[in-house]
Design a protein around this ligand. Structure first.
Ligand code: CP
Length: 317
């Protein structure tokens, strides 16, 4: 394995989940794989879970791990080619990438959508520059369009908690005060479309996601109807993807907040969210604190999803 961006990069998803569950039983079993190997995690944006879980995964595998916060302590990086660099950015990514790559064996990159240019974002320009100019295996730690380590952890969690062979999984939009990227819902849809689940997406009109990720999944605009009989409710806010509103907030309708009343429409569903979450915007205190909330085990599984991916990369080095 040389890169991770989409579910298809993992091959047979069921096999990947079973491998992850085996790793979870003994997360230090592959410590020999990372001996004298270095993992570099490059962050253009903030993180709590990804930062800790990915480093922990690397350490479980016996790797040395390094973290670089671009724009905080390193030189500010220019990412676009052809720019006259007379501003506050001192170094270009095209020099920085090969320099970073010279110190490591595997690279994880967090680089969110900037919402300035949809084409720049949806071509995964920054992640692809790392792939092209580093010569090293590169995995997304949430890039412009996708968050595969999160979606893989979500799928592992669903596998652990499901009570039916083919559970109903509902991805629901929920309100938020700031414009957020589509990466998490994109990857969740990408992974659910490949999993053995009955998958439904619900959101207000105007929040349609990119076809590359939705791929014909059922979209139900009536949230109450979508939630009927659900086994898992996955809440997330995202900004508009479709033109001419790319990156904009179209609604802050609080009737979409996941509440006890909304959860009562489900089949005693589990509640999921990738975190961080804005309480009483996305989900009420009662729901996130309920026994049906999986937000903590879901976050803990980020260590396992990252370890499975890095293990596969190390096996092919
Ligand atoms: N879910 C997630 O990626 O969390 P962080 O942004 O804290 O890494």
């Amino acid at each position: 394995m040389r890169k991770l961006l989409m579910a298809q990069d993992l091959g047979d998803l069921n096999k990947a989940v079973q491998e992850a569950l085996e790793i979870k039983k003994n997360r230090y079993a592959y410590k020999h794989l990372g001996e004298n190997k270095t993992l570099l995690c490059v962050f253009f944006n903030n993180s709590l879970r990804t930062r800790l879980s990915t480093q922990k995964a690397g350490m479980n595998l016996g790797m040395n791990t390094m973290v670089l916060d671009v724009n905080q302590g390193a030189w500010k990086l220019e990412t676009e080619r052809g720019v006259v660099m007379d501003g506050d950015k001192s170094e270009h990514l095209l020099e920085a990438i090969p320099v970073m790559a010279s110190f490591c064996d595997v690279i994880g990159v967090r680089s969110f959508a900037n919402f300035q240019n949809k084409e720049f974002d949806y071509q995964e320009t920054i992640l692809n520059q790392f792939i092209k100019y580093s010569g090293k295996p590169v995995f997304s730690m949430e890039s412009a369009t996708a968050h595969p380590l999160q979606a893989f952890a979500d799928l592992i969690t669903i596998e652990e908690y499901k009570k039916k062979e083919r559970p109903k999984v509902v991805l629901t939009w929920a309100p938020h005060p700031r414009a957020l990227p589509q990466a998490v819902p994109n990857s969740f849809a990408d992974f659910m479309n490949e999993a053995n689940v009955d998958f439904v997406i619900t959101h207000p009109k105007g929040y349609e996601l990119c076809d590359k990720f939705v791929r014909g999944a059922k979209v139900e605009y009536d949230q109450d109807k979508a939630l009927e009989g659900a086994d898992f409710v996955y809440a997330k806010n995202w900004s508009a993807y479709q033109d001419p509103n790319y990156g904009q907030i179209l609604s802050k309708d609080m009737s979409w907040t996941v509440s006890t009343e909304k959860m009562a429409l489900t089949d005693n569903a589990y509640f999921m969210h990738c975190l961080p979450v804005r309480r009483n915007m996305i989900v009420t205190d009662d729901v996130i604190e309920s026994p049906q909330s999986l937000v903590i085990p879901e976050a803990a599984n980020r260590e396992i999803s990252a370890e499975t991916v890095i293990k596969r990369i190390l096996e092919k080095l």
